[in-house]
Design a protein around this ligand. Structure first.
Ligand code: ADP
Length: 159
């Protein structure tokens, strides 16, 4: 059985993330969505809220597991026998950031391979930080996140 992890902060999950999740879940027997807990960053949504939103938006995809982790991704991969790390690439900036990370991970733990998926053009402009910034100025982000997330964003009073 081949297992991959899709790591990220998912604060909140966007349509771009969901597109990558759907495509990656077809490539592996199991896809773990790993929410990276960064103690130095204050998220908009708590870990529990992010997990529950991810559960809602992936409820129709059977081979998904949602978890959180702290520390080095390769340590998680080693301990859980992960075959692939999924990363989405929106453009050159993502690639410049992702390539050395993939190379470091490769040298630390060569058993896990990083798999880059090209962002779909219709979603490649979307980022969680962009959605939050738009929300803070009262802009319309409804076409950028799943409906369930838009509802939670409105409840949060992001202004
Ligand atoms: P962000 O980079 O938006 O803050 P994350 O840290 O949660 O989000 O990103 C996790 C992974 O998802 C990264 O590999 C990132 O490049 C990818 N990703 C984020 N947004 C998109 C998108 N719109 N399309 C494709 N991949 C994306």
């Amino acid at each position: 059985m081949k297992t991959a992890i899709y790591p990220g902060s998912f604060d909140p999950v966007t349509l771009g993330h969901l597109d990558i999740i759907k495509r990656a879940s077809g490539l592996f027997d199991k896809l773990i969505i790993g929410i990276l807990v960064n103690p130095n960053k204050i998220p908009l949504f708590s870990l529990e809220e992010r997990i529950s939103m991810l559960r809602e938006v992936t409820r129709e995809i059977p081979n998904i597991e949602i978890t959180s982790f702290e520390g080095l991704l390769v340590d998680y991969c080693r301990m859980n026998q992960i075959d692939g790390i999924i990363r989405g690439v929106r453009g050159a900036m993502d690639f410049d950031y992702e390539l050395p990370m993939a190379q470091i991970n490769q040298s630390l733990f060569p058993k896990t391979q990083t798999v880059f998926l090209a962002a779909s053009p219709e979603y490649s402009y979307i980022s969680s930080s962009g959605v939050k910034e738009l929300a803070s100025f009262g802009g319309d982000y409804t076409g950028m996140v799943p409906e369930e997330v838009a509802v939670r964003m409105k409840e949060k009073d992001t202004k």
